[in-house]
Design a binder for this molecule. Sequence first.
Ligand SMILES: *[C@@H]1O[C@H](CO)[C@@H](O)[C@H](O)[C@H]1NC(C)=O
Length: 462
Amino acid sequence: MVENLQGDSGRGYYLEMLIGTPPQAVADMTEESKGGHTLKKSEKCCSKLNILVDTGSSNFAVAGVPDPDVTSYFNTELSSTYQSQGIEVTVKYSQGSWTGVLGTDVVTIPKGIDGRYTINIATILESENFFLPGVKWHGILGLAYDTLAKPSSSVETFFDSLVKQAKIPNIFSLQMCGAGLPVSGSGTNGGSLVLGGIEPSLYKGNIWYTPIKEEWYYQVEILKLEVGGQNLELDCREYNADKAIVDSGTTLLRLPQKVFSAVVQAIARTSLIQEFSSGFWSGSQLACWDKTERPWSLFPKLSIYMRDENSSRSFRISILPQLYIQPILGIGENLQCYRFGISSSTNALVIGATVMEGFYVIFDRAQRRVGFAVSPCAEVDGSPVSEIEGPFTTTDVASNCVSSITFHEPVLWIASYALMSLCGIILLILIILLLIPPRCQHRYTDNDVVNDESSLVRHRWK
Ligand SMILES: *[C@@H]1O[C@H](CO)[C@@H](O)[C@H](O)[C@H]1NC(C)=O
């Protein structure tokens, strides 16, 4: 399962799959033009579908009808094993969404594990800003927990089905190899998705593990940030506002607004460049240097501290500027332009592709932890662009940086009961006033936006 992915940080990393019986998977778009949208049964068989690997959502969905921006799609009518459940499902991203129909069919992963597995599939019938021009994938593989699955958590996720049917350990790991290469370049950078385990050739040194705080996204606890070795000194809860997640479907490193401002200030202060237009930091402008120059030496290292499994310890993952000052392909003759690979977020710290390209990341669901190790492919001009060090003490940070639903203090329990009662009273009033059955305040209030503003969708670089 090594080298089974293709892609880049700009448009995501994808895996080949075959869907249905026979594993036809793809209809040729050029065939369906005459006479409305009826498809010829003779269309090309057995091309593979490219499926985006996304640890920030939990549905498996593929294009189910022709779309101007996808080169192929899954035609359920041509599969003898397809079974529709007739349930409509919509998944929204802050920019982009799709609506489809739930069903099941048989899937094979040629460069994954042997065998055919019956999986829930949403076939996308309509979408908006989801498939964009130039994107080379036709579907999405949501690898997060069933809590995030639509329309409800009863839709078993792809990976849960795989664990049950293939009897593989409940763990997968991901290596994305686009460090230092142009964003949205040829789209042939490699990567690996290892289903069911850890592949020793994909990392160097030790694996450091941080607990999964809550099983929905892969939510972790960030303790501290350093820019050029200088602690930002923010309250550690700011780093987890309102969650910190590991998401391969997000292009950039996204930081809560306060943290983002502090990081930009610190980088601007530390970097050797006098003036930078604010447009560079906000992502609306590129910065360009002569092709013979490398700007990376002008920028500082960025370190993220996470809590170790032993809660009185931490470790830090560091990315060098080669990962967050990202070359953009083909603008200007003698210039090479770069974008800032960090952006601000209103609701999360997202460890996206910008950071993940430095590491081999282990999603150890069985032991409820995420592991990080230095990735051998995270090298630019022969030098590593990522580091992991530890252990460090956690005496300088709060014992909990995540505002959690599970309170441990009796006082907080009382407060929570009080709030719940208040909530109940308000609901009662609402019932009386509106004569509408109340819906309990859902715990994940942003549940409808699976990938936050994050995603693929938003930060895709055309
Ligand atoms: C946790 O880390 C502390 C500090 O390094 C150490 O003293 C303690 O023995 C560790 N606990 C376990 C269970 O390993």
